[in-house]
Structure formats: C-alpha cells, structure tokens
Design a protein around this ligand. Structure first.
Ligand code: FEO
Ligand code: CA
Ligand code: CA
Ligand code: CA
Length: 663
C-alpha cells in the first residue's frame, strides 16, 4: 500500500522469539482466529461437530477434511474479494488416532480386515474441501454453511484423466476399460492456481495407499508403491461394489488389465485441475475436476504459474518431494490470451480453457550447473539422453510417439536426461513482476560428499526412504551441504519464462550444526530449518514479501521453537554458487519470525486477501490443539489447557487495528 518506488518495503513488526506451547503465537498488535477445523459441517445434512463425535462416511463426506495443507482463495467479484471468497483447501492425510478417538483408535490398523465404514470414512477425510468464507463486520471470518459452492472431492470421487496419458493402455482398469477415468485424488499436499481461475491440487505421497505384491512395473518401484500392506490397509476392507476397495491392491488378478487394478497406481501422481466455481461443462463426471497428466507423474508437491505474458506460452513450475528428486517446468503450446483471464464469480467453462493450456505443451526437467547457469531438458520421446540415445529407446518404449510412456515414467526420463538431484523440492512461488522463481529445498539425509551409486530397486513403503534415483547423491552447486538438515531456498531467473536457460542462486540457507556452515548468518530471532511452504506476497511497484513456513524435525531448531512462519523482503543477494553468504548482512534484519504454531504441528498453506488485511495459514497435524474447537471465533494466542481431540485448522491472522499485515 501506497509506498513509492524509491521507498523500500520494511517489515513493521518485531521478530518474535521461539515458542513451544499449544498456541499460535503472533507479534504484538496482531490476533489469530481458528477457522474451519477438520470436521466442520459444510451443510445442514449431518448435524454439528462435537469432541466425542463418531465420524461416519456420510458425516466426513459433508464436512471439512483432515490435515489442511495447500489452499487458495477464489473471488466471487473483484469488489468483494477481500470480504468473501471460495476457499479451496487440500486435506493431505489423516490422523487415525484423532479420527477414531471416541472408540480408542482404528480397528485392525496393522493386520486383519479394516471395517468397510472405517475405510470409507478415512477415504472421505482425504482430498479437497471447497467452502465459502466471509468476513463479518466484527472483523471475524466465518464459513457459510450450505453455500452452493461448498463441496468435497475425496479419494473416491470420480475424476477424468486429461492430456497424453488419457485413453492410453497405461491406465486401462476394470473401472475404466478405455483409460479415461479414475476414482479419487489423494495425499494432496501443496497446490497452485491458474490465470484462468482454477485450482491446482497436487498428488504427493499417493503410492502408499496402494499395494502390489507381484507383476510390478518399473514405475511402481521407482515411485515406491508398497509390496506389503498399504499405509491404511483399505484394500483389506470387505464388501463394496465395482472394486471400491479391491482397487487399492494393484497386484494383477485377471488375464488382462481391463479385468483388474494393476494400472490403478498409474492413474495417480498428477496435478489435478478443479473449477472452484463448479462448472462441469467439460467433464463427464459431476466433479469439475481433471488430472492434467502432461505436467508429469511423480510425488508432486505443488504447481505454480510463472510470469504471465500476453502472446507467450503459460508456464508452470513443479517439484518432486523426495530425496534427490527433481524440479520441473511445463510450457504450454498455446500462447496466453488475456481474454482467458478469470472472470470472478461468473459461470462458464474454465476447464475448457485449462485444456487449451495444460493438455498440449512440453514438460522439462531442471539441470542446475555449478557455474550458476541452468538448463531445462525436454522430456519428449525424441529428446537425446545424456548418453546419446533417443529418450523413447532409453525408456524401452514401443515407439517414438509414446509421449504417454514418457509421462508414466517421468522420473526415469529425468534420470536419463541428466537432471540435477535436489534436496527434496517442496513449495515454489513466483514474483509476478520480475518472474523470479523461489523454491524450498527442505532437507536431505541422503546427500553425501561423494554420493553412492543409483539404485532402482526400492519397493519399500517408507516415504522417508525414497528418492530412488540415487542411494545418496553427491553435493552439488545448489545442494552444497552433506546430510543437510537445515534446508535452503533457491531462486532462479529466466530471460524468458518459456525458454530453456536460466540463472540461479541460493536465496537463504536454513540452520546448520556449526557456525561455519551457518551460511546465512541466522540468529535466534530468525533461525529456521526445513523450509516447506512459500509464498511471494506481491505488494505492488515491484515490491513484495517472501513468506516461508517450516515443517521441521531438526533438533538444532526444535529445541527452542515449534514450526513457524517467517517473512523476508527479498533484497540484494550475492549471486554465484561460490559465494555462500547469500542474503547481504544489511538485509538480515529483514528476515523475521512472524508466527509460531502449536506443539507437534507443521505450518503450511498461505495466502492473504487482496487488501492484505487477513493472512491465512494452516496448522497441520497439531498434537493437542485447538483448545476451543467448537467456537467459530477464538483468540488463538490463548494456550490450551488439558487434553483435546486435535484438529488441523486454518488460522487467520489480522492486525488488531485492521491494517495491512506486516508493513
Ligand atoms: Fe506433503 Fe512434501 O510435503
Ligand atoms: Ca509440504
Ligand atoms: Ca515437509
Ligand atoms: Ca505435511
């Protein structure tokens, strides 16, 4: 607001100290409100939440899902955008002990058959929640129960496949013998949005809901589909029709793929596009959602649009969150037409616009060179691998037209092209005026000085043990610290977003064991580790605030603070990989701790209203919070006393005087 070109943005709050309490702690002059905790009913069909509520499949399908992660706001009009909007919210995974607290825990969690209604409830607790939110005249936000926009997509919702994989033999199942549909989206971690007004939700740790004992594909191993019982054992539930539970067991059981679910895992691992306004014109399902397969198949963290330029392709950045996996970019074939920009609240076919920009284009993977340059390597069947073969031959595909085969095997394709293995890419964000891209690299326990040989035989179910392109990767320019517990934020700049070259630098390094490795000179007032959530908050005139959220288990930091939200005004950083003191010392005071979450949580998901007076974050997997979950309005700075049934929640942070956040 209102600052001139000559005045640098300044963070007008005092960095807060670390905190280890069951509260959301915010700076002096700010207040935090708990909103839409897990289980909040979306309509009046299922009654009210209570702490001893026994959650049924029907209740969960009509209420807010579990473990809030990425989220985005969709305006109903330009004029009302800061007072009301549709919230699209990912529900990444479940906390079984909280879900089944009234009965003392899940039934047969580790062995034996799961009861069908427990499996259905857990399936319905995953996915995406759409809910209308409104700001009251009292300065408190509320959800609008019964709004026409309120709905759920779960891990059972019919969703169509779109792009190169649609209709291919790779995705034929007993449910969809022509390979055009699947059921559900799950483990939706981070997110994104499009310039045409749709939501992108990204499938991350989905391999773990499947099992495949035999008949395994290379990609089952590469991505880590378990060989034994799946994470929640849904495949063991009895009853149901049309493969309701059988589909989670991908072991071949029939003569051909059209008789079983051997290909079911190949219908997951995508970026899913949702029309938050609910127009279903483009889809045969009732869900207004499509899996956009051209953006690649792996454990997507999120998917973020690059700088939007009239007459240029539209680009999206996405990362694979596993140790030593890669960063990708999708470049549309179609050039951006400003007539396709979102018209808030109007009812028209946004998914047809999505097809134009997301179903045809080129997927690239990033190579970060040690000299500070970088290259985008195309993942097309005719691309030449680093050992000089056509990519389709290296992948042992049937022919040079098999783009679907490249997509199904995205990670192997990236290996063959010579991509740079990263320290677990999590969130990205783009400065919309400069086009600079930021991405968190959260940590990496499989980074060593020398590296060890690649292995492609990982069939385990432990998420933390994946990153199967390399057993351990050697340190490299953008990932210079072995056994990296602190993580870092990388930034790159492309002369043209649709081009194939870029320049990169490390924006800031997280905490380190020794002072010598504390490259960014962090102090107790801004020390952090395992950066995860990230958002460039554009404040106009080419100025903005980069918000960083953490999901940390590094004791160097957990010893004195829970997970947190930091703000930094991106200033001058010294360029070049050889210079590790990344943020100039004069700018260190501009990296400040803004909020700290309750015990046991991670802080994730972030956006602000256009007027910058309300900042929304999510508290995921809290251990014993919030204390007063029945209230729609709560000062979250009040700490919990006693035991509560924990509920992941959105938290809205506002200034007590209603002014602009952070400045
Ligand atoms: Fe679900 Fe990579 O965080
Ligand atoms: Ca994350
Ligand atoms: Ca994380
Ligand atoms: Ca998480």
């Amino acid at each position: 607001g209102g600052s001139s070109e000559a005045t640098p943005l300044a963070l007008a709050f005092a960095s807060i100290r670390g905190s280890r309490t069951d509260a959301v702690v915010v700076p002096e002059g700010y207040v935090a409100q708990v909103l839409i905790p897990w289980g909040t009913p979306l309509d009046n069909s299922v009654g009210a939440w209570s702490a001893d509520r026994r959650v049924t499949p029907e209740y969960q399908a009509a209420s807010v899902g579990m473990n809030h992660d990425g989220m985005h706001n969709f305006a109903l009009s330009e004029e009302s955008a800061s007072r009301e909007f549709i919230m699209a919210l990912n529900n990444e995974y479940i906390d079984q002990s909280a879900l089944w607290a009234p009965q003392g825990g899940p039934t047969n969690a580790k062995e034996g058959a799961r009861p069908a209604d427990e499996a259905r409830t857990e399936i319905n607790a995953h996915g995406v929640t759409l809910v209308k939110l409104k700001l009251g005249s009292d300065g408190q936000w509320n959800d609008e129960r019964g709004s026409r926009y309120n709905r759920r997509l779960t891990s059972a919702t019919p969703i169509e496949l779109a792009g190169p994989v649609r209709g291919s033999d790779y995705v034929v199942t007993a449910y969809s013998t022509n390979g055009t549909r699947t059921r559900g989206t799950n483990n939706n971690c981070a997110n994104g949005f499009t310039p045409w007004g749709t939501y992108l939700t990204c499938e991350e740790n989905w391999p773990n809901v499947f099992t495949k004992a035999s008949g395994r594909y290379k990609d089952d191993d590469r991505l880590g589909v378990p060989t034994g019982r799946s994470r929640y054992g849904w495949e063991t539930a009895q009853g149901g029709t049309n493969g309701e539970f059988a589909r989670f067991d991908a072991t071949p059981s029939a003569a051909s793929a059209s008789g079983d679910y051997r290909n079911e895992p190949r219908t997951f691992g995508y970026v899913v596009e949702i029309d938050p306004y609910g127009n279903t014109a483009s889809v045969s399902t009732e869900t207004a959602a499509l899996k956009r397969t051209h953006i690649g198949r792996f454990r997507h963290e999120g998917c973020w649009p690059g700088k939007v330029i009239e007459g240029e392709p539209v680009v999206f950045y996405t990362g694979h969150d596993s140790r030593n996996e890669y960063i990708y970019k999708f470049v549309s074939k179609a050039k951006w037409d400003p007539q396709d920009a979102n018209r808030p609240g109007q009812d028209y076919d946004r998914l047809a616009i999505g097809a134009k920009y997301l179903d045809e284009g080129t997927l690239y993977v990033a190579r970060f060179n040690d000299d500070g340059s970088g290259d985008w390597l195309p993942l097309t069947p005719d691309a030449t691998t680093r050992d000089g073969r056509p990519l389709w031959q290296a992948l042992e595909l049937a022919n040079e037209r098999d783009l679907a085969g490249v997509i199904i095997n995205t990670c192997d394709a990236a290996d063959f092209m010579g991509a740079t293995p990263m320290d677990r890419p999590e969130w990205g964000t783009v400065d919309p005026s400069s086009g600079e891209v930021y991405m968190t690299l959260t940590n990496n326990s499989k980074r060593t000085a020398e590296g060890t040989a690649a292995t492609y035989t990982n069939g385990g179910s432990d998420v933390e043990e994946l990153g199967v392109g390399y057993a351990t990767a050697p340190v490299n320019g953008p990932n210079p610290r072995p056994d990296n517990e602190g993580g870092q934020v990388i930034r790159w700049h492309e002369p043209s977003p649709a081009g194939t070259s870029f320049e990169w630098e490390i924006f800031v390094f997280g905490a380190a064991e020794s002072d010598a490795d504390n490259y960014s000179g962090l102090t107790e007032l801004n020390q952090f580790a395992s950066p995860d959530g990230l958002w460039y908050d554009d404040r106009g005139d080419g100025k903005g605030i980069l918000w960083i959220e953490t999901d940390n288990g590094y004791d160097k930091v957990t010893d004195y603070t829970n997970d947190q939200v930091l703000a930094v005004v991106p200033g001058s950083v010294s360029r070049g990989p050889g210079d590790k003191a990344v943020i100039d010392a004069a700018d260190q005071a501009q990296l400040k701790r803004f909020a700290v979450g309750p015990n046991g949580c991670e802080v994730t998901g972030i956006f602000a209203t256009p007027d910058k007076t309300s900042l929304f974050i999510n508290i995921q997997h809290p251990g014993n919070w919030p204390a007063n979950p029945g209230a729609s309005v709560q000062d979250a700075t009040v700490a919990t006393s006693g035991e509560v049934r924990p509920r992941a929640s959105t938290v809205v942070i506002r200034k007590r005087d209603g002014g602009e956040i952070a400045v």
